[in-house]
Write a protein that binds this ligand. Sequence first.
Ligand code: SF4
Length: 464
Amino acid sequence: MTLTEKIMARHSGRPSVSPGENVWVDVDVLMTHDVCGPGTIGIFKEEFGPAAKVWDKDRVVIIPDHYIFTAEAKCHRNIQILRDFVKEQGLRYYYDADFVQGSGMPSPYRDPTKTNYKGVCHKALPEEGHVRPGEILLGTDSHTCTAGAFGQFATGVGNTDAAFTLGTGRTWLKVPPTMKFTFRGQIPPYLTAKDLILAVIGEISVSGATYKTMYFAGEGIASLTLEDRMTLTNMAIEAGGKNGVCDVDEKTLAYVRKRSTRPNWEVVKDDPGCSYCYEHTWDLSTMEPMVAKPHSPDNKDTARNCRDVKLDRAYIGSCTGGKITDMIFAASILSGKKVKIPTYVVPGSTEVHADMLRLNLQGQAKQNGQKSVYEVLQDAGCQIGPSGCAACLGGPIDTFGRLNEPIACISTTNRNFPGRMGHKDAGVYLASPLTVAASALTGRVTDPRDYVTAPIETGTAGLV
Ligand code: SF4
């Protein structure tokens, strides 16, 4: 069996399962946020009754992150619905946007280490110890697949399915077949996982992995940081994947042991000789920095080929490209220089925000006289906002970094469908943080090889 099949078998109490079978599985964690939480809660109460209790108050995790820094009253009301439900149910894991009080635009947290708010759910889940190898995580968000980087089965579900799991702790899943993507060699300094996943999606298309597991394997994946692996699994859904997975190694184990308080989880891996429905191998030494041109993540091209594309804006953020290692990659290119186009930076989580203030460009605690990642970006002319989803999905008109005009933007986010970041006629180029930073310096799509001359060390950033 594959890793995914083994997890499904163990959670359904069966010795084995095969692709295409439907199985009932026990769910380890259910996550929801401010956009889908209220709807899920409504269905839960309708179907299970107004006095119903969730199946396990320690396995429901609620992380407001989407529409936080806005004056839109409906968005504030959603947060209040979450607060009321958490109180009523006695839920243990709720990360309140505690600065959202009353009406109008909320003032952002003053200190990212002194707020209950965590930022983007997919970054906050592992940080707060809710992600473990061998488990099943469901979330009311399509990028829940991000957590597959930790060797678990993680997938997005709709509000109705989530409401059913809230009441029962179970769900019904079809076992997906597995596609294996092997990367040979070590990651070169000018590439990040974003280039790899854009190459994969460009190869197989946005429907190429529909209801399949995308398994990222090989020494190339082992050479990635844990955070960069999250970029790969995050974008499995952009190819239609049911989930994405990476093998568990020492980096994964060290992270999970430090963050999670639950002792009973199990590392699973593919059996030798298990069956894949598709296999493709890439050699990292021959790959180039990639972009996905408007308006689809599979509209691939090389950054070099797009060098004549003029840009109006750069954006560095989201669950895909707003991690601390992404910030270090971008800051390394921008260090000592000035951006040529407006460049918006949004930390993926409050932990990332705190790390940007705390760490130097090598990912180590900054010493006297050294600049922090935050200072480097600020000195380069970037506008840095508070953590959250921000303009990744457009959001209300007053959202930080939102594309309110039909402009061209290069972004570390994961989707570039028309209107995704705001204006329906804006054109979004998806790229790695290296490519976005290099492009911010020139105002055109720019291959980061023009700036990266040596490996960029990220130290223990994103790990401890
Ligand atoms: S950062 Fe973007 S992709 Fe990630 S959860 Fe938020 S809206 Fe979705």
